[in-house]
Design a protein. Structure first.
Length: 337
């Protein structure tokens, strides 16, 4: 038989006092004698009384919960970002309600509404790659619920955000490839509509410009292309590709597979750099050079920005562009990390 939850009324009846007297005693309010307060506290402890969080949240107009919307859990990047968020929210006494969008706008809209219905105190979100409308996010902000964006952002949304410096991250990767002698550098771009895709592509272009290397359209591939492997195979076979920079480590792995089929040795003939420093980068052979985005720090900064906005809605817009770190491993000529 399920044990009944002890209520303030139960304690009041046992001590022949009013529920309001018990409430004041439990919450440190006045108009309760020290003797009676001690009796109430002692009985509450004996009976195992626990405050009703729903009633408490209605009274304080705060739930001490934070909503989080991320595209998925499978990528190491998001699990590390989640760890950074939780390190801050847990310390501050907040619980996380986590939803995933699966990179689908309809699911993101549903998740946003679910979190608003749960009366969360604020929301952290990584917008999905399929987003082309932001009415649901504007609706959330108009409701007075604080919002902070992490990893990705849109210029259409005026809210605090924390991202990595993808332009500099990409620039450092391609600049390094140029420094070790690469001149035909293949680039596989990320999903359309994402700020991360645009900024990494701009970093790629700027590094080529610095080294006075012509941008070749035939060396630009789209990750969404259903014939991506065939396009990679064509590039490696026909364009003397000696370097590759990809939007993600997983796309770099696609290059590894095709290079292996064509008997193109990495790094002797082809140097490769990915992005995000996923665990796969240290498991494949040769180990993959990549760009670390500091996902744990990104999550921690985002959580702190959200708490700041919850506690002070009028606070100035906070924006953080985290430094990236180029990690050179075995996939670049003559270097082993």
């Amino acid at each position: 038989m399920k044990k009944k939850r002890i209520s303030i009324t139960d304690i009041a009846n046992a001590l022949n006092v009013t529920p309001s007297t018990v409430s004041r005693a439990l919450n440190g309010g006045g108009k309760v004698s020290e003797k009676k307060r001690n009796e109430i506290l002692a009985l509450a402890k004996e009976l195992g009384y626990r405050p009703n969080p729903i009633a408490k949240s209605l009274l304080e107009n705060r739930t001490n919960t934070i909503g989080l919307i991320i595209p998925e859990f499978t990528h190491h990047f998001y699990s590390r970002m989640l760890a950074g968020i939780e390190s801050v929210t847990s310390e501050a006494g907040y619980q996380l309600l986590i939803c995933t969008s699966n990179e689908n706008q309809a699911q993101e809209i549903k998740s946003t509404q679910t979190l608003l219905d749960a009366r969360v105190d604020g929301i952290l979100a990584t917008i999905s790659k399929m987003n082309d409308k932001f009415e649901h996010i504007q609706e959330e902000m108009d409701s007075g619920t604080p919002l902070v964006l992490v990893d990705r952002f849109s210029e259409e949304i005026e809210t605090p955000y924390v991202i990595s410096d993808d332009f500099k991250g990409a620039f450092s990767a391609v600049d390094y490839l140029c420094e070790i002698g690469c001149r035909n550098i293949l680039h596989i771009k990320g999903p359309d509509n994402l700020s991360t895709t645009f900024n990494r592509f701009m970093g790629y272009k700027e590094a080529l410009r610095k080294h006075e290397i012509e941008l070749k359209e035939e060396l630009l591939l789209e990750s969404s292309d259903t014939n991506l492997l065939e396009k990679i195979r064509f590039c490696l076979t026909n364009h003397q590709v000696d370097g590759a920079f990809t939007y993600s480590d997983y796309l770099a792995f696609e290059i590894y597979k095709v290079a292996s089929e064509l008997n193109i040795p990495i790094p002797e003939q082809l140097s490769v750099i990915g992005y995000a420093d996923e665990p796969i980068s240290t498991y494949i052979n040769p180990t993959l050079s990549t760009v670390n985005q500091q996902p744990f720090e990104m999550g921690a900064f985002g959580a702190n920005y959200l708490l700041n906005k919850i506690n002070n809605p009028e606070i100035a817009l906070e924006i953080k562009n985290l430094e990236t770190r180029l990690v050179i491993r075995g996939s670049c000529k003559g270097l082993e990390g």
